[in-house]
Structures are given as C-alpha cells and as structure tokens.
Design a protein around this ligand. Structure first.
Ligand code: SF4
Length: 200
C-alpha cells in the first residue's frame, strides 16, 4: 500500500471506530506501545480471578516477547477508548461493557483487514470469559480443544501481553481522570476501557 493510500485508509479506520461506538480513537506510531514483562506478571501475582480461564489470557497467550515482535512489524497502531459512567463499569454492567469493548475492537480489526492491513491484530482490556462465556463452566478451547464460541468478537487480553495502558493513554493525550457534567451543578465520575489494534 502506498503512503497516500495508507493515510486515507487510516483516516477511514478512525472514522469507522468512532461510528461504531468508540468514544475516542487515536493513531500512534507503533513505537509508542510500551510492553513490560512485570505488567504481564500482574495477571498471576496478585492473581486475577480470570487468570488461566480462557484461551485469551495468560498463561495461554504467547506473552510480551511475541507481542514485541509483532509491534516491531507495525508502523502504526490504533488505540481506542470507551468512556462510561463509573458505576456502570464497576457494577453489574461490567461484563456487558467489556463485551462491547471486545466487539468494537474486533470490528475495527476486521475493517483494518478489509482496508488492506491484512495481518492486523486487535487486543482488548479484560478477559473474554466473564463477558462471553459467563454461563459456561469452561472455555471451550481449553476444555475441549474446540473452537472459540465467539471468534468474531472475543479478543486477547492487552494486559496479559504486558501492554502499559497508562502510557498508551498518555501518548494519545487522553486524561485518565474523567468527569462529565450531568446537569448544571453535578459532575459524575467517568471511567474508561481501552482496546488496541496493531496495523500491519
Ligand atoms: S470459548 Fe469463551 S472463554 Fe474461551 S476464548 Fe472463546 S470467548 Fe473466551
């Protein structure tokens, strides 16, 4: 793909991501993605309740070194974020919010592939297990060596690969402390969740 076509495609991709529900989208040079082994290790210690429960989380994903290699093969990445009321993200709606994040990330990945970034790879915050397979005892891939039940939308865990999401937010110029004015006098705390699409 030539540079002009590349630029057009990336602009189109950002519009697409906003259109399907991302609150913010930013293209960044791939070098802005910081990957740290110690962050990936946090999945195990202190142990995340979803550690080892799906094919999309450690220890079943290939880990920081493999992601470093993939990032080195990219020129750009697209980072996206959904901003939402804190009570939704931290309450009973959390699995649905995280599911939406995975769905948006996966759709942006697919659009990137359609636009010519044929090896693009989307990663999303959180584990797919509580959002997609909460009513199943086990991940089908792990339990039966079968197909994922939701290959169209469930994506691998960004944290599990050690991506420094705070630095990504900084590189995008996005504050991590958010408020929205709900009426003339009150402000409500907002939270956010992020996804990443490696364009290649
Ligand atoms: S089968 Fe369910 S838990 Fe396993 S990878 Fe797919 S969505 Fe995740």
């Amino acid at each position: 793909m030539n540079d002009h076509r590349n630029k057009e495609s990336m602009e189109q991709l950002q519009k697409f991501a906003l259109h399907i529900g991302a609150t913010r989208v930013k293209l960044l040079p791939a070098g802005k993605v910081c990957i740290e082994d110690r962050l990936a290790n946090f999945c195990l210690d202190p142990k995340c309740p979803h550690w080892g429960q799906s094919m999309s989380c450690p220890p079943h994903i290939s880990g920081p070194d493999s992601l470093r290699e993939i990032v080195q093969s990219c020129r750009y990445v697209l980072v996206l974020r959904i901003e939402i009321q804190s009570e939704s993200l931290h309450g009973a709606d959390r699995p649905e919010v995280m599911r939406l994040l995975h769905e948006i990330t996966a759709e942006v990945e697919k659009e990137a592939i359609r636009l010519g970034f044929t090896k693009s790879m989307g990663l999303a915050g959180g584990s797919c297990k509580p959002s997609f397979c909460h009513d199943q005892l086990h991940c089908r891939v792990l339990e039966e060596q079968g197909e994922c039940r939701h290959p169209e939308h469930a994506r691998q865990s960004m944290s599990g690969y050690g991506v420094d999401v705070g630095k990504l937010m900084q590189a995008a110029g996005w504050s991590t402390n958010l408020f929205a004015t709900s009426d003339e006098t009150e402000e409500e705390q907002l939270s956010w969740v992020a996804g990443l699409v490696l364009l290649r």
